[in-house]
Design a protein around this ligand. Sequence first.
Ligand code: F6R
Length: 369
Amino acid sequence: DKGGWSSFMAKEISEEPEAVANTLRGRIRDGEVVIPELDGLDDLFAGISRIIVIACGTAAYAGQVGKYAIEQWTRIPVDVELAHEFRYRDPVIGPDTLVVSISQSGETMDTLMAVKYAREHGARTLSICNTQGATIPRESDAIVYTHAGPEVAVASTKAFVAQVTALYLMALHVGRVRGTVSAADAAAHVAELEAIPAKISQILEREQPRIEQFAHWMADTRSVLFLGRHVGYPIALEGALKLKELAYIHAEGFAAGELKHGPIALIEPGQPVFVIVPSPSKSGEMHKKVVSSIEEIRARGARVIAVAEEGDAAVLPKADEVLRIPLAGPFFEPLLAVVPLHIFAMGLATAKGLDVDQPRNLAKSVTVE
Ligand code: F6R
């Protein structure tokens, strides 16, 4: 039931705040992360020296976002791999490896086979999954469910923010178990997480109509590029994937720092480029670096659409369009910056008259390898 929305996708984007809130619910007590599903499983995290996150598509981008926070908070090295690539290259894994799989459906065959492979080769496995009782969690040593609610539209939106939230909860839990995160720091990160739902709601209320209008103007666009740095990089990849899937136009995401190593050759007058701008106050040097990327592409005629923090005055004169997100601490911005990109992809597909819930050639759950 679309509940009065024009599409399941519109409904599910509107549910991004509750997807985060529901994933947090019951898992925070007095500023500490408490994950009942992981009770008694401390040994799972005690003996590991590395984490490999495996997933496909949007879930893999959630994993890429999670990597930054997991490494920072647990000091355990993290690799993120596409499940189908992991499985077929004789990966070096063993009892010191925790393989964290991420899957909305819990049935993605590529991910399932990778989890089975990891188990057979002695790794420990933890599943982050949105579907109760699905196959992948049943094949794993531990489960942390996302509580995004059922996702019907084929392309994933609200599950993504729930996956990032679950990864952050897991990272804080492991950081506390291993003593790499202090109680005070954990409480500060938890407070950031708890503030996210209201901030996403703010984007939906203040920016959604403007973004949809803007997407309408862009309906004839044939190619869109996305740039991001650090946690903004996987968000750029996610923005590009959603646009391909929903609007069938060429879209590519790049690490902003990689621009001069090749992709800048693509910039010609009028080329639309979304740039995920890190916080000027919270990201240190990175903000300056991204602003200088904007200058480089603008000098070559790019049409710059910046996703930037509300108070970021430096970006305003340099961008053709600024999509505003509220202030959030380092690591937490991706949970906000992705929202305008989801709205934009849906808006552009809608402007082209396409079925946003059921894009061509795609299935919700890919149960073949
Ligand atoms: C993108 C999308 C796909 C899925 C991928 C993994 O919008 O929907 O890329 O994210 O197929 O699916 P799950 O999470 O069910 O394993």
